[in-house]
Design a protein around this ligand. Structure first.
Ligand code: COA
Length: 215
């Protein structure tokens, strides 16, 4: 069975209602139940916050309609997590907000698709999808609030990043706001790290150009 990675935006969201809903359900399972981020609990079992929906872009890894991984990108010109909830985390350098800067949040992979220290293929496919989508919409920088354990992993992937403020303990994990450069070189090194040999995002009309998991 082939897996695809899709970029879902306001333009094509209507075609992906089922996948978007499934991804909210999976996010609830992962962030509320597994990671115990209790603030995100919702009685309907769909993890959605005020930044979801219109204006948010989603990168989803999908197996025949089943969402197995994903991530979210939001223009920093819109209200987003760092601007509305954690602005103090960017106190040292200030929060970059511009048309070419997107905030990256909610990076997840379904439990059965995680691969420990083997540079997870599904995780890699989603991250490459995030970078490809950024490049396709003219985003050259991403901001993010990340747990510190990501830093060596970003380093290994060849990311260039700078901290925006001091680390803080959030939900029991040391976390830090960062900005990261998005360019062809970062995409190439991230592909190489995950052993992905070409573009991962399928187009709407054509078949996906690349399978990221063997059938
Ligand atoms: N704390 C510390 N290190 C972590 C971690 C955590 N919560 N989650 C992952 N890691 C590190 C570990 O080094 C891990 O290797 P190990 O299990 O051998 O120690 C490595 O990342 C790989 O993680 P793993 O989950 O096995 O595989 P993956 O690379 O396929 O997926 C994630 C990584 C983050 C996508 C996946 O763990 C996930 O979806 N987690 C839940 C959602 C989440 O916390 N997302 C990040 C915040 S938005």
């Amino acid at each position: 069975m082939a897996s695809v990675v899709r970029a879902i935006t306001d333009k094509n969201r209507a075609q992906y209602e089922h996948e978007i809903l499934e991804h909210y359900r999976l996010r609830h399972e992962i962030y509320v139940v597994e990671r115990n981020w209790a603030d995100l609990f919702r009685p309907d079992g769909l993890e959605r916050d005020q930044f979801d929906g219109e204006g948010a872009d989603y990168i989803l890894a999908i197996d025949d309609g089943r969402v197995v991984g994903g991530s979210r990108l939001i223009s920093t010109l819109r209200p987003h997590l760092l601007s509305e909830v954690f602005p103090h985390m960017a106190a040292a350098r200030g929060l970059p907000r511009a048309a070419n800067v997107y905030e990256w949040t909610r990076m997840f992979v379904a439990k059965e698709r995680r691969e420990g220290r083997n540079n997870g293929r599904t995780a890699g496919a989603v991250i490459c999808g995030v970078l490809e989508h950024c490049l396709s919409i003219g985003a050259t920088e991403m901001t993010a609030l990340v747990e510190m354990w990501w830093l060596p992993r970003f380093h290994e992937m060849g990311f260039t990043l700078k901290p925006l403020g001091l680390p803080e303990l959030i939900n029991g994990e040391w976390s830090i706001a960062v900005s990261m450069t998005v360019d062809d070189q970062t995409l190439e090194s991230t592909r190489a790290f995950h052993d992905i040999d070409g573009p991962i995002l399928g187009t709407e009309e054509a078949k996906p150009r690349s399978k990221f998991i063997a059938a």
